[in-house]
Design a protein around this ligand. Structure first.
Ligand SMILES: Cc1ncc(COP(=O)(O)O)c(C=O)c1O
Length: 422
């Protein structure tokens, strides 16, 4: 194989990366390569493949919908799959309105724009947003602005709007200093909230891209109650944590908070089709209704409420709700294997939440550029397991249908790879 002459791959430096693997098919938790090799997709293809690849019920729902209506402009028209999805997600999440977009980043853009314009529509504009250190909310400009400023965003720095920052008191097993870090973060939040704030945005319970960084539910509750007391809206970015990933249907439910806005994507369609949604409260929706055109939310995408995506999402929700034990019991499956792996001298800060298990590899500096992740990736590929560590943070985030044997294979590959590091 070689690099294709006409493709440009995401987040990939061609000068230093191995050529991409050619995939022929995907079934369950496995990818079949063109050379016949089979790999366990232990990160759900960038956290999207919720149940498994090729899930027949979702494939069938998409095929059936394609025979009826593949797409229609969603201004002037509505359709049943969109209405059903809005009704179902509203009742599951407790937010009454659903706005469609195309992916996680756009779901965040929509949330930020709604929050910002809602205050303006009230005649009381608020000009501060608060976000957390280490946050990742996507690669579009608004999403980059609220995310951590990093190597990824450096070329665009001048184009990114200002955001107030609060530290993220992430924790792991046997962490005896977490309380102190939480108090510091909450003190920073209290200070920031003294400035009128339009919204506080966070990844509830777990920051994904910055290294699977968990916070305790009590911290999320403390943030939510402070935001509410100040009148600031709370935006929950559940693009990664939604749909069972944290062991509850939504991380906000596990943390016991009700946000004003929630962004969802990734697992929404079971990982079959790109789609994002932003859920909001009725109170926010009402703030955009009036005869003055200026209060309108002038935002829309060509593929808004794509019927195929809606059909996939409905079929995915059916599967998720029919088998809640699959996400509720996943953490209990990780724990013994992670406990054993944590005995390895290279394993630091083990942690698990729902379907996700992570640890840091002791290998010099922490961070995304630490090459040890790429070494582990290569070694695990040799063992038939596909991983994509974030620098020296290694994690498993597999589809819900992963069998016990496949889980053992993942941990076995990791143990072997750690031994090879010497
Ligand atoms: C928490 C979170 N928010 C937003 C995004 C952006 O989603 P997308 O890649 O679909 O634009 C991601 C992607 O990884 C994410 O993890």
């Amino acid at each position: 194989m070689s690099w294709h002459p006409h493709l440009w791959h995401p987040t990939t430096q061609v000068a230093t990366s191995p050529e991409p693997l050619q995939v022929r098919s995907g079934r369950g938790c496995e990818l079949e390569l063109a050379d016949g090799r089979r790999l366990i997709d232990a990160i759900s293809s960038w956290w999207v493949t919720l149940h498994g690849h090729g899930e027949p019920a979702i494939a069938a729902a998409i095929a059936a919908q394609a025979q009826r209506l593949e797409q229609v402009i969603f201004a002037n028209f509505s359709h049943e799959p969109a209405e059903q999805l809005a009704t179902r997600l509203s009742s599951l999440i407790g937010l009454q309105r659903l706005f469609f977009s195309d992916n996680g980043s756009t779901a965040i853009e929509v949330a930020l724009k709604i929050a910002w314009q809602w205050w303006a529509n009230q005649g009381q504009p608020r000009h501060q947003l608060i976000a957390f250190d280490g946050a990742y909310h996507g690669d579009t400009f608004g999403a980059m602005a609220v995310g951590e400023r990093s190597l990824f965003t450096a070329p665009f720095e001048r184009l990114l709007f200002d955001v107030a920052r609060v530290s993220w008191p992430h924790t792991h097993w046997d962490d005896d200093q977490v309380e102190q870090r939480e108090q510091q973060a909450l003190a920073q939040l209290d200070l920031a909230l003294q400035t009128p704030t339009a919204a506080v945005i966070l990844e509830p319970l777990l920051q994904g891209a910055s290294g699977m960084r968990l916070v305790r539910p009590g911290f999320v509750r403390a943030v939510a109650s402070r935001a509410a007391a100040s009148g600031a809206l709370l935006i929950a970015d559940e693009v990664m944590t939604g749909f069972g990933r944290t062991g509850a249907l939504f991380a906000c439910q596990k943390a016991g908070v009700q946000p004003d806005l929630m962004a969802l994507s990734k697992g929404l369609t079971g990982g079959f089709l790109p789609m994002g949604v932003t859920m909001t409260s009725e109170r926010l929706y009402q703030g955009f209704i009036g005869t003055d055109p200026a209060v309108t939310f002038f935002h829309g995408h060509s593929f808004t409420a794509n019927p195929l995506g809606c059909a996939a999402a409905l079929a995915s929700l059916d599967l998720l709700q029919a088998n809640p034990e699959r996400f509720q019991q996943f953490e209990a499956r990780h724990i013994p294997a992670l406990e054993q792996l944590a005995q390895h001298p290279r394993v630091q800060r083990p942690r698990a939440l729902g379907t996700i298990a992570a640890f840091d590899v002791e290998a010099g500096n922490d961070g995304y550029l630490n090459p040890v992740g790429k070494q582990i990736q290569r070694l695990c590929l040799d063992q038939g397991v596909y991983l994509r560590p974030l620098g020296n943070t290694v994690y498993l985030l597999p589809p819900l249908s992963l069998s016990d044997l496949q889980l053992q294979q993942c941990y076995g590959a990791l143990a072997w790879a750690l031994d090879q590091l010497g």
